[in-house]
Write a protein of this length. Sequence first.
Length: 364
Amino acid sequence: MLPLRSCLLLLAAVNATAVLAADDLIAMSAEQAGMAGIATAALAEMKATGGIRLAAQVVVPPSQIEVIAAPLPAMVAAVRVAHGEIVKKGQVLVRLQGAPLLELQREFAQARSQASLAAENLRRDESLYADGIIPQGRLSATRAAERQAALVLAEKSQSLRLAGLPQPGEKGALASAAEIRAPFDGVVLEAAAQPGQRVDSMSPLFKIGRISPLWAEIQATPAQAAGITVGDEVAVPGCPPGGRVTVIAPQVDAHDQSLRLRAELPYRVACVRPYQYVQVDVRPAEARTSYAWRVPAGALTRHLSRTWVFVEAPGGFRPVAVQVLEESAQSSRVAVPVDASARIAIKGVAALKGAWLGLGAADQ
């Protein structure tokens, strides 16, 4: 070990020869670094922390939620699904009964009969017009009547479909109940319908949510979120990977001082359920150069309320500010905005800081 006087002389020599360039390069030869006891290690040789685990809640995006309402006044005859149940497109949710449903079928049957008659009249008048028996005006009127009858039939057919009713046969009996079906694959978020209940037109019966993608609403402290960016990978432990951070709130919550993040989860409810509380692992995206690494505590130094490491560069070292995500006496987990192949000083940091401060860093 060098005597104190020798160390002071060496540090003075480093200060005298180091130059603080515009890019904050501390110029220093390899010989000087060795004499000052500076040792380096590549970030790639240190343990990457693999991200951070945070609390979250799984939710269904509002745009993927649909309310299923009663098409007409009716009585709930049977409820086929329950809250939280996974449903497939076309699956029966509820059966409804009531006079308005029978009347709707009668209206459809009448519209179908009128449309058939109008089409027959049009065929007859087209033949008569071709033979010169009727004038153009009568043919035009018959065509207009046929178009109107077809429009009414289409409207009644649509009303039947929305009511969950089949089209009655030409001479078949009318259906006694309407079946309301799931419009898509999803999960029952709310089930308001009860057997025997009388409902009005547009009364909500169910709330159905599409199950992919889902959102994870993540809660973090500002320090935890400091190393996270949009596009970082998100996964629920035990579930398939592939989630991504999509939103980072620009401000903290006024009540608990937490920061809200949102991630999109592309997998289905077989793994997690809507409104379930979970833990998520947030990891840097592969394309990012800012990773969280576990570095020795001695590699860090504080200056101007920030934390720094000294990154080896051609001709010397460069101070780089880092985000401290987790700290202990032996090591700290930090986000370093450099490539994993970069080398940082792990010993002799005090000498580098002295050289840096002696050349004007304290005034920056």
